[in-house]
Design a protein around this ligand. Structure first.
Ligand SMILES: N[C@@H](CCC(=O)N[C@@H](CS)C(=O)NCC(=O)O)C(=O)O
Length: 209
């Protein structure tokens, strides 16, 4: 059984959605990052040297030996490789999906994350940061909207780990003050993914105590 170390954030939920989609059995370990401590224990840093969630430990990794993995994008690629699911089999389709996964990892995640930081800061909102990352978030929605006008899924006709990576971030659209109505193709895609039972289950991980 795979051990998943996670918290109630978009990066964590990418992995729980993927595990649900692949019907892989897994055990959830809650790492409350809000404590600013649980992610930095010596035991956890052995699994994730970067001190962040998510991470997994698969006792049946390559060569039948355990593997610990950090970085949600790498974990999605690993699980796709392990199961043969949610990464297109054609060479072209595979690289298209990886390209959009990297768009999420390098763009959507960090930019939306910074927008949340500035817009939801407990101290006075810092206008420069909110504007910079809010504008970048809207620009990224425009890119996704144009892509999804032409394609059912973000990288083409197949549902893939790129969609799985983006969904939990778009689910926080109110946090980065984006009106989905302004991006109708993203809204159509978001609503369609939301009807997938595995997505709904993955989005509810970790369960509240
Ligand atoms: N690039 C990393 C980012 C992971 C990340 O930023 N995780 C956040 C939660 S979404 C975290 O653990 N924050 C705790 C901290 O920074 O102390 C990934 O995709 O796995």
């Amino acid at each position: 059984m795979i051990d998943l170390y996670t918290w109630s954030t978009p990066n964590g939920r990418k992995v729980s959605i993927m595990l649900e989609e692949c019907a892989l059995p897994y055990r959830v370990h809650r790492i409350n990052i809000g404590t600013n401590a649980e992610q930095f224990t010596p035991e956890y840093l052995k699994i994730n040297p970067n001190g962040k969630i998510p991470s997994i430990v698969d006792p049946e990794g390559p060569g039948g030996k355990p593997i610990a993995m950090m970085e949600s994008g790498a974990i999605l690629i690993y699980l796709a490789g392990k199961t043969g699911k949610f990464l297109p089999r054609s060479v072209r389709g595979k690289y298209e999906a990886l390209q959009w996964l990297m768009f999420q990892m390098g763009g959507v995640g960090p930019m939306f994350g910074q927008a949340h930081h500035f817009m939801r800061a407990k101290k006075d909102e810092i206008t420069y940061g909110s504007e910079r990352y809010g504008n970048e978030a809207k620009r990224l929605y425009g890119v996704m909207d144009r892509q999804l006008e032409k394609n059912m899924y973000i990288s083409g006709s197949e549902y893939s780990i790129a969609d799985i990576a983006i969904y939990p971030w778009v689910a926080r659209h109110e946090w980065h003050r984006v009106d989905l109505g302004a991006f109708p193709a993203v809204m159509r895609w978001f609503d369609a993914l939301g009807t997938r039972p595995a997505v709904a289950r993955g989005m509810s991980v970790p369960q509240p105590n």
